[in-house]
Design a protein around this ligand. Structure first.
Ligand code: GLU
Length: 433
């Protein structure tokens, strides 16, 4: 009996440990605690920055195409407004949870601080299955979610953007709904809008562009050349495909693409524009003639110079981190690596460009979009790209120098740099009583 109980409790303990590892909020908190300790952050300021400032949950009805009423649950979490308005995307997925949105909101705070743009951090999400919804249902859901949060959003308060399963069209609906309530057109309430509605040139490819700049900078730092470099990309959506296109243009060999429904491998390098076209026509990378079929999980662990997870959280965990054979990991997604996996990667000498740096190109271009909306004057694409490249290059250097001078890995360096900036703003503003 005693043995049985012990077995059960060990099993429960293991399950608890696994759940904890895969909880993005725990992953964020583990890095925050480590960085705060290394920084010697004051306990009181640490308490302020550890928690999100506001968490809003809405349950709202939507009329479905078949005449039934469905009730959806949506979140908006504002982690911090210490350095400026709250900023961050909105995602639609069946597994959206408050802890996930909390983590993503705090990552936005750290990301905006790493690239030194004047925003705080926020994130939103709606629990839904967008693949099973019509355009009409998605539009009604988006508009009602926006209406529920109309007092929360605002160009000086909280500015949404696209994220997983949301896009330019979603942002156009949010902008229109918000504007109808304000009785005037307010373009600056969202970023990632269509260029025809006050969007910025270069915004849609910006996250992928920032990932490509991060790869270039890593190679420079490590003394490698793109032409000798093989790349595996996990996720071929907006971030993965744009990064792949740019990397291929710069001479990198994209040897593997891993998607949720199957992977591709070609040791000689995949023709990326042809694959983008194939995916646009068929909706999948599968069946592409220019590469062999491959198992996506195995692709992650295949030998390559750069591995780019560009889809979602928890792709590299304690379960597979030891098998990663890439020299460099550039995190296009938010939270693709668990905190437990960090230790293994560091031990194995993998050079990590952490998410809050590597994928910050998107929000940096969002900042440019917001600035252009406020000016009512729009820049040519070259100017957006040049400014973006400069921000990404200098932020990369800041993080690497910080890591070297403090003797920490790149991820903890990025967190320390960001926490330090947000802590200074918080202290200077003082605690309102
Ligand atoms: N969703 C993107 C991110 O996670 C962009 C956010 C934004 O532009 O506000 O960084």
């Amino acid at each position: 009996m005693a043995v049985l109980e012990m077995e059960h409790s060990t099993e429960a303990g293991m399950q608890h440990a696994a759940e904890k590892e895969l909880n993005p909020w725990e992953a964020q908190a583990a890095r925050f605690d480590l960085a705060a300790k290394k920084l010697g952050l004051e306990t009181g300021i640490g308490k302020v920055l550890r928690q999100p400032a506001r968490e809003i949950i809405v349950h709202f009805p939507v009329l479905m195409d078949d005449g039934t009423i469905e009730v959806f649950t949506g979140y908006r979490v504002q982690h911090s407004i210490a350095r400026g308005p709250a900023k961050g995307g909105i995602r639609y997925a069946p597994d959206v949870s408050l802890d996930e949105v909390r983590a993503l909101a705090s990552w936005m705070t750290w990301k905006c601080a790493v690239v030194n743009i004047p925003f705080g951090g926020a994130k939103g999400g709606v629990i839904c299955d967008p693949k099973r919804m019509s355009q009409g249902e998605l539009e009604r859901m988006t508009r009602r979610y926006t209406a529920e949060l109309v007092d929360v959003f605002g160009p000086e308060k909280d500015i949404p953007a696209p994220d997983v399963n949301t896009n330019e069209q979603t942002m156009a609906w949010i902008m229109d709904t918000y504007s109808m309530h304000q009785r005037q057109t307010v373009t600056g309430v969202v970023t990632g809008k269509p260029v025809s509605l006050g969007g910025s040139r270069g915004r849609s490819a910006a996250t992928g562009r920032g990932v490509a700049v991060s790869c270039d900078q890593s190679l420079r730092y490590l003394g490698m050349r793109p032409q000798e470099c093989t790349v595996v990309i996990q996720g071929f959506g907006n971030v993965g495909s744009n990064a792949a296109l740019l990397l291929r243009e710069r001479g990198y060999h994209i040897v593997g693409v891993a998607e949720w429904d199957g992977g591709l491998h070609n040791a000689a390098g995949i023709d990326v524009p042809a694959l983008v076209e194939h995916r646009r026509l068929t909706g999948s990378v599968r069946g592409f003639a220019g590469a062999d079929e491959a198992n996506s999980d195995e692709l992650l662990l295949s030998r390559c110079d750069i591995l780019i997870p560009a889809a979602h959280e928890n792709v590299i965990t304690s379960g597979n981190a030891a098998g990663v054979r890439a020299r460099i990991l550039v995190e296009g997604a938010n939270g693709p690596t668990t905190s437990d996996a960090d230790t293994v990667l560091e031990r194995n000498g993998v050079f990590v460009v952490p998410d809050i740096l590597a994928n910050a190109g998107g929000v940096t271009a969002s900042y440019f979009e917001w600035v252009q909306d406020r000016m009512g004057y729009f820049w040519p694409e070259d100017e957006v790209n040049d400014r973006l490249d400069r921000v990404m290059m200098s932020s990369f250097t800041d993080v690497i120098r910080y890591a070297e001078s403090h003797g920490v890995n790149n991820r903890i360096a990025a967190y320390m740099l960001a926490i330090d900036r947000v802590a200074s703003a918080t202290k200077q503003r003082g605690i309102y009583a």
